[in-house]
Design a binder for this molecule. Sequence first.
Ligand code: 13P
Length: 376
Amino acid sequence: MFTSIRLSKLKKKSTSISSPVTKYTELEPALCQELQKIVDALIVRGKGLLASDESPSSLQKRFDDLGVKNTETNRRDYRQMLFSADKSQFSKYISGVILHHETVYQKTTDNVELIELLRERDVVPGIKVDKGLVPLFGSKNENTTEGLDNLQERCIQYKRDGCHFTKWRCTFTISETTPSQLAMVTNANVLARYASICQSARMVPIIEPEILSNGNHGINRALEVHEEVLSILFRTLQEHRVYLEGMILKVAMVLSGIKNSVNCNPQIIAENTITALQRTVPPAVPAIVFLSGGQSDEDAVVNLNAINAYEGRKPWPLTFCYGRALQNTVMETWSGNSEKVEDAQAVFLERARLCSQASVGELDPENGVCTKKSSR
Ligand code: 13P
């Protein structure tokens, strides 16, 4: 699907006495082109991404709630059900799927690689490469994300095995004293280092600085934090020479905290979200995708629609990269029962159709948006 090119070598430019700054060459043109081609395959009007990269441990609670045993076979069966949904509808709404390591190497009951099901649907496979949250020592209960060790080798192997993009998530908590400067600077550096390594391995990085919405803050505070986190992030991406045209930004919408009693309407959420992005994200970035972040299925769709319908400057496509808001009701319908596979697939395709409409601001509110109440 994508041209094969050699990895670019980062070479030092000669430095003059008057300029002590060491500069590095840009990525090779062929590599830039390859990254852009991957972005083009992922960012298509009316399509979005499915985040199906939950680790076995994060599936534990969800499977427990449904009485499904969290075994490798059940996780395979669940993903097989998702990826074998009707080809033409799947590829009409979904352009890429983020996988967990385990899924990349699993086969269907008929011995077909799961990744092959995606290829058959013209869907680009991607891979979550971070290794999860760890405490950020020196902070008060904040986190950073580990997984940089051997990252280039892992990416090269995943590329050989058919993945073309990656995801890495860092999280930020809003309180009176957080996110701290330490957390913002550390995580920006972690994300930038991740992104530059992935690009060197011919993979498009999805850079995800998730600002969590648990807390009792109002939407103004969420706006302020988004602006601060994203400005520091983009400054750091520049310092690490990340090729902005060959990345995708994944963010949360700007929302009030789940413990805040003021419920903002979709227009206010759209206005605040677009404002935060306009003030911080360069137009060179080819696309921004949203996580659903524990919003109800309905809110995740209605708010995405409002963002796309919002009349303001939006130099990037704004689409979905949902995990829970695409899968909550699907997983419930499936519940480990092989006789429910077709029903669950129908629910999935309907969720994907609604997200697709919302991604172009053309959601038909008469058309059964609400399938699950808020879990926030
Ligand atoms: P959501 O369940 O919040 O949509 O998560 C998607 C995701 O990939 C988070 O990293």
